[in-house]
Write a protein that binds this ligand. Structure first.
Ligand code: EPZ
Length: 461
């Protein structure tokens, strides 16, 4: 075969490869509005429960088996951080590929650098949760400062304050947290967090399990993910009491052993599906949910005109959400605040629903300083809303018309998908790598109950 014959094939192949390569890194979702939703959705394990549970594996030299881990990029990144620290990680995907089980073993790390690198931490700020366990078990750690993100500055002062009070010597050197425990072992503290912080509560809990003495953590976060972490730690031999209250008591022990744990269902994913039915109409049963984790959203959607019922099913508790399109949605107000108040992680999704409600809805965002970026994109679709500092005023119902919109952060991307379900024509959501951080197969799950939605670009998590 002469060179001439080879060249055309090579060109065609190369350009095809190039187009795929370029396209695959710009995944987007295309949604055609107007379909109501009907069927069943299995909710995946909670990303925000799995992340601290993965960090907990650093506290023991024995294997920790975590199941129901969602196949999302934040979890993949956190497991990479542990591998970078020297842990062994064995992943076994579930049948549907939307979840997997990971066995993590943090053995023989003593001689390692114990450094969580910037390249990983900058993409997933919850990596800072390795700081507490590394200090508790090894007395040293180097963790990149996580930096801010689209929704806010995301400081870690509350984490560092508590760990310093436990006896850690912490310096910030060239963008890294350089921490050591001169006394060899962290000391228990009676500590009141100056503001409620999920991450600071988790980091301090992790550290206190191996500290000398009994710690008391006051004004601790109440999010369900805290309770899930405490359950895993107690299965590993920790002695934590007070779950479900704002005061946690942690009696330090000398060592923790391995264990197995199923991550709790993702309340934010489940809430996103409830909002999907509220905005698009239909009748959907969510399987493997914990209704008590969603009371504030359930209450809101019922007051807006949805019918939500609970029952037992094969996968545990189920939630059935129904909304007839003839049933007008009523405008309602929300204020985000720490659990059990309305969660900031469902604020954007609720805003999408409110664009279709009759009347004026007011949203007050009290947790993050910049969590209305989705509002501008909703306006491009035709939403009628105004932002005034930390308050959003939404007038409805507004006719939404499909167009190309851009995801700015994890929950904003979900919100644009919800709006696309009801917008006339096609809505293209760009930059859905934000979505892939926290939702496993959202488009597959929505398509499974009748949404007309497809992923273009062909990338995968
Ligand atoms: C967790 O973030 C969640 N992430 C967030 O979910 C969630 O929005 C947030 O809690 C609030 O519920 C994970 O669990 C991985 P915080 P976290 O510490 O721990 C301030 C998502 O979409 N603060 O409770 O970082 C902070 O700026 C993500 O899944 C300090 O001032 O949140 C914020 O205003 C987004 N100093 C408030 O406290 C600190 O040291 C609450 O933050 C820490 C926090």
């Amino acid at each position: 075969m002469g060179l001439r014959n080879v060249k055309p094939k090579f060109n065609a192949g190369f350009s095809l490869f190039l187009s795929f390569a370029l396209e695959s890194c710009v995944d987007r979702l295309v949604i055609t509005g107007g379909s109501s939703l009907k069927g069943r959705i299995l909710v995946s394990g909670a990303k925000n429960a799995a992340l601290p549970c993965i960090a907990a594996a650093l506290l023991s030299p024995e294997p920790v088996l975590l199941s129901h881990l969602p196949a999302v990029s934040d979890i993949r990144t956190m497991l990479k951080v542990l591998e970078a620290l020297g842990c062994s990680v064995v992943r076994v995907p579930d049948e549907d590929g939307l979840q997997y089980t990971a066995t993590i073993q943090a053995a023989d790390l003593e001689q390692g650098e114990l450094k969580a690198p910037y390249e990983l931490v900058k993409t997933m700020r919850a990596s800072i949760l390795v700081l507490g366990p590394l200090l508790a078990r090894f007395g040293r750690a180097t963790v990149s400062l996580p930096g801010g993100c689209a929704i806010g500055a995301r400081p870690i002062n509350l984490h560092l304050e508590a760990l310093t009070r436990m006896g850690a010597h912490i310096e910030i050197i060239q963008g890294y947290v350089e921490a050591k425990v001169p006394g060899g072992r962290l000391q228990a503290i009676d500590h009141t967090f100056e503001k409620v912080s999920v991450g600071a509560t988790e980091n301090t809990m992790l550290a206190a399990t191996l500290a000398e003495g009994t710690s008391i953590l006051r004004n601790a976060a109440l999010e369900p993910e805290i309770g899930d972490l405490a359950e895993l730690l107690n299965k590993m031999g920790a002695r934590i009491t007070g779950m479900g209250t704002t005061t946690l008591t942690i009696q330090g022990v000398a060592a923790l052993h391995g264990s197995a744990h199923a991550t709790i269902p993702d309340r934010i994913e489940a809430g996103t599906h409830l909002c999907a039915v509220a905005i698009a109409g239909g009748d959907v049963v969510l399987e493997r949910v914990r209704p008590d984790d969603l009371r504030s959203l359930i209450d809101l959607l019922e007051r807006m005109g949805c019918l939500i019922t609970e029952r037992d099913g094969a996968e545990g508790r189920q939630l059935r959400v129904q909304r007839e399109l003839s049933q007008k949605l009523r405008a309602r107000d929300i204020t985000t605040a720490p659990f059990p108040s309305f969660p900031t992680d469902l604020q954007a999704q609720a805003m999408a629903v409110m664009t279709q409600a009759h009347g004026i809805s007011v949203i007050k965002e009290t947790i993050f300083e910049n969590r209305f970026q989705h509002a501008m994109e909703l306006e491009r679709l035709g939403a009628n809303l105004r932002i005034d500092g930390s308050t959003a005023i939404v007038a409805g119902p507004a006719k939404l018309t499909g167009c190309t919109v851009m995801a700015t952060d994890l929950r904003a991307s979900a919100t644009l998908v919800l709006a696309g379900l009801v917008a006339e024509g096609e809505t293209t959501v760009d930059r859905i790598y934000h979505l892939d951080r926290g939702y496993a197969g959202l488009e597959k799950k929505l398509e499974g109950v009748g949404a007309r939605i497809q992923r273009m670009g062909g990338g995968s998590v």
